[in-house]
Design a protein around this ligand. Structure first.
Ligand SMILES: Cc1cc2nc3c(=O)[nH]c(=O)nc-3n(C[C@H](O)[C@H](O)[C@H](O)COP(=O)(O)OP(=O)(O)OC[C@H]3O[C@@H](n4cnc5c(N)ncnc54)[C@H](O)[C@@H]3O)c2cc1C
Length: 356
């Protein structure tokens, strides 16, 4: 299958010094690992299908050519970024030599998955959340399969913030030093693709830069957004959901979107005693339990929940330690992590070392 005939958007790059035979088996293994269909596998080419488009690796005399095809410009960009990351892990020198065929025409422009949003209002939501309402340029790519994004927040004291741009070789160049952007991940709580209305809820925690930003930002301020990123509404009919406050907006989306015949349990951990007041839609098939933090963490609870209801999908969004514990359990119990959703939504800082 020729990618050029099949997709509207294409890019290609040579992978200098990387012979096709050195890459072929590795690409096949990675496709198997990520459950991606291999649609062409010959001595001259291996082609992989993904939800964003296809990758083709083709034999040349001394090197390999990577060709990418996608039906949308932002998906092409996502595939390019992800290929650069993969090659950087395998052979860093080759990654540095990547030169995308469309790089010159894009050079200096904003990355295709970046847009500006204009803040319209910030209000309080019960449970120590700040609700940010903004106007986005383009929400057409935000679906129930992709509900998260990154903000790109400059230092509010900067008179002239800097934004990312594409380099001559097609890589995203992010501002550095004083101009660097804070890029925390958030969840779309409400949106309207037609008007561009975007609403997200920030859990207020002391020392949080996004918390501080939302407390002081004024209507009309423009900041950056990249995404949407992976992670969406689960399709399971039986599920157990575990989340601390950072996951509450996603849990709200899940409860209002799940099919009516879904069933299961939601366990919410309250690291802040008032966060239990965060408004959640009701779903007749799922019970909601709120527990104060301090006992078993959400990782332990999810492991116990799996033992009690092995046919349920587990959806966990919590601090990194809980997520790591659950992932380690999947591994040791021989369970397929891909049947579940386990994500570290934040990381507690390591305790300061005692130098006394
Ligand atoms: C897919 C995904 C979706 C997310 N959706 C949301 C969402 O909708 N709403 C939301 O509020 N968060 C959400 N988060 C979590 C959010 O990205 C993190 O909490 C992030 O660190 C917040 O950035 P900050 O600027 O507030 O904190 P930073 O300035 O980056 O960090 C400052 C300090 O705060 C600590 N910290 C971070 N989060 C917490 C917390 N919850 N409690 C206590 N201390 C904390 C850090 O350890 C650090 O020491 C999501 C994360 C992911 C991965």
């Amino acid at each position: 299958m020729s990618l050029l005939d099949h997709f509207d958007f294409h890019a290609q790059t040579a992978l200098p010094g990387l012979p096709f035979d050195a890459l072929h088996a590795d690409i096949r293994n990675r496709a198997r690992e990520h459950d991606l269909p291999v649609v062409v596998d010959t001595a001259e080419e291996i082609q992989i299908e993904t939800v964003y488009g296809n990758y083709s690796f083709q034999r040349q005399a001394t090197e390999t050519i990577a060709v990418i095809g996608a039906s949308r410009a932002d998906w092409l960009f996502t595939l390019k970024d992800s290929l650069s990351d993969t090659i950087a892990q395998l052979v860093p020198d080759v990654a540095a030599a990547i030169r995308w065929s469309d790089a010159q025409e894009q050079a200096g422009k904003l990355p295709p998955n970046f847009q500006f949003i204009t803040i319209r209002a910030v209000t309080r939501v019960p449970g120590h959340f700040l609700r940010v309402e903004a106007e986005a340029e383009d929400l057409s790519h935000f679906t129930t399969d992709a509900i998260h994004f990154r903000l790109a927040l400059p230092d509010p004291n900067l008179a002239h913030p800097e934004w990312p741009y594409l380099s001559e070789s097609g890589q995203t160049i992010w501002p550095k030093g004083d101009a660097s952007l804070h890029r925390p991940v958030y969840t779309v709580r409400e949106m309207d693709a037609a008007s561009g209305r975007l609403v997200f809820d920030i859990f207020e925690h002391e020392g949080g830069r996004a918390t501080e930003w939302a407390r002081t930002v004024t209507p009309g301020t423009r900041v950056g957004l990249t995404g949407p990123g992976g992670g969406g509404i689960p399709e399971a009919k039986a599920l157990r959901i575990y989340a601390d406050e950072t996951g509450f907006p996603a849990v709200a989306r899940i409860l209002e979107t799940l099919d009516t015949d879904a069933r299961g349990q939601v366990i919410l951990e309250l690291t802040d005693p008032v966060s239990g007041d965060y408004p959640l839609p009701e779903h007749t098939g799922l019970t909601v339990e709120r527990r104060a933090a301090g006992g078993d963490d959400l990782g332990d609870l999810a492991i116990a929940g799996l033992a009690a209801a092995p046919d349920h999908m587990v959806w966990l969004a919590a601090e990194k330690t809980a997520a790591q514990k659950l992932r380690a359990h999947f591994k040791s119990a021989g369970l397929n992590a891909r049947d579940h959703y386990v994500s570290a939504y934040w990381t507690r800082p390591a305790p300061a070392e005692d130098h006394a």
